[in-house]
Write a new protein. Structure first.
Length: 274
C-alpha cells in the first residue's frame, strides 16, 4: 500500500451508509440515509420517538438487512445478514437491556460464549486476568471484585461490564442504545467517561440518546433523524441544545440559522456535513 493510499484509508470513515432505506411492507421506516461514522470519535444519533433510531442501529448491527442502499466498512461494501456478521467484522451493540445474566459473576458475563480453556477445562485464572485487564484498560475503577454477581452491581457498573465485553471482543465500533437512561448522576458520569475513553483508544462510538446534555458532553458529531430521514449532521460545534431540539421536532433548520448546522429548505432527506 502506498503512502497516499494509506493516508486516504486513514481519512475515510470507519462506517459509511449511502442511501440506506428500510421498509416493512408498505411502511417506510428509513429513507435514503447517508451517514459517516469516523473512528476515534463519538457520534450521537438523536431524534424524537418514531424517528427511526432503533431501526437504523438494528440495520447496522445485522438484525435487519437494508431494503436499499449500501453499507461500507473501511471503504468496502459489506452485507450483514445476521448479527454475527456484524460482530465478526468489529461492530458491537450494547442495547438498553444490556443482555447480562444477573446470576453470573462479572468474569462469567464478560466471557460468556467465549470462555478460555486449558486441557479441556475452563481456565479460570486466565479468564480473570483477561476480564481484569480489559476493565483496567477502560479505566473502570468502581468494580472492586470481578467475581461478584452482576445482579449486585449498580446501573452504571452494569453498563461498564456490557461495554467491556464488547471491547474484549476487539470491537472497532461500539453502538450504545440509551446508555445513561435511568441512571443517577454519579453513574451517568461513569458511563460518559467510559464513552470518552473508548474514543481515545481509536474506537468509534455511536450513541443513541434522548439526553441532550449528555450528548453535548461527549459527542464529537451529531446526526438528527426525523420521520426516518437524516435531516442534519455535522460537528457538534455546529449545534446548540436549542437548534438540536428544533431539528428533532420539526426536521427543519432553525429560522435564525444560528448555532445550528444548515440544511435543505424542506428539512427532509437532506444531509449536511461540515
Amino acid at each position: 500500500m502506498t503512502a497516499d493510499n494509506a493516508a486516504a484509508q486513514a481519512q475515510q470513515p470507519l462506517l459509511r451508509l449511502r442511501g440506506v432505506s428500510k421498509t416493512f411492507g408498505a411502511v417506510r421506516a428509513l429513507t435514503g440515509i447517508d451517514l459517516d461514522i469516523p473512528a476515534g470519535q463519538v457520534t450521537a444519533l438523536v431524534g424524537d420517538n418514531g424517528a427511526g433510531k432503533s431501526t437504523l442501529i438494528k440495520t447496522v448491527s445485522g438484525i435487519w438487512e437494508p431494503s436499499d442502499g449500501e453499507v461500507l466498512w473501511q471503504g468496502k461494501r459489506v452485507n450483514f445478514r445476521t448479527p454475527k456478521d456484524a460482530t465478526d467484522i468489529g461492530i458491537a451493540t450494547v442495547y438498553q437491556d444490556l443482555a447480562l445474566c444477573d446470576n453470573l459473576d462479572i468474569v462469567q458475563n464478560m466471557l460468556l460464549g467465549h470462555e478460555l480453556r486449558k486441557h479441556g477445562l475452563l481456565d479460570e485464572i486466565e479468564m480473570e486476568k483477561t476480564a481484569r485487564r480489559t476493565l483496567q484498560d477502560m479505566r473502570v475503577t468502581t468494580v472492586r471484585n470481578i467475581r461478584q454477581p452482576v445482579g449486585s452491581l449498580s446501573g452504571g457498573q452494569r453498563q461498564a461490564i456490557a461495554v467491556a465485553k464488547a471491547v474484549m471482543l476487539k470491537a472497532k465500533l461500539v453502538i450504545m442504545d440509551e446508555p445513561t437512561a435511568a441512571l443517577g448522576v454519579s453513574q451517568t458520569a461513569l458511563v460518559l467517561e467510559i464513552i470518552q475513553n473508548l474514543a481515545s483508544q481509536g474506537i468509534a462510538v455511536l450513541v443513541i440518546s434522548h439526553n441532550l446534555p449528555d450528548v453535548f458532553k461527549v459527542a464529537d458529531r451529531l446526526a438528527v433523524l426525523f420521520l426516518g430521514q437524516l435531516v442534519s449532521s455535522g460537528p457538534i460545534s455546529d449545534y446548540d441544545t436549542s437548534s438540536a431540539v428544533h431539528w428533532m421536532t420539526t426536521g427543519t433548520a432553525p429560522a435564525n440559522g444560528a448555532n445550528g448546522a444548515t440544511g435543505p429548505a424542506t428539512g427532509h432527506g437532506g444531509l449536511t456535513d461540515g
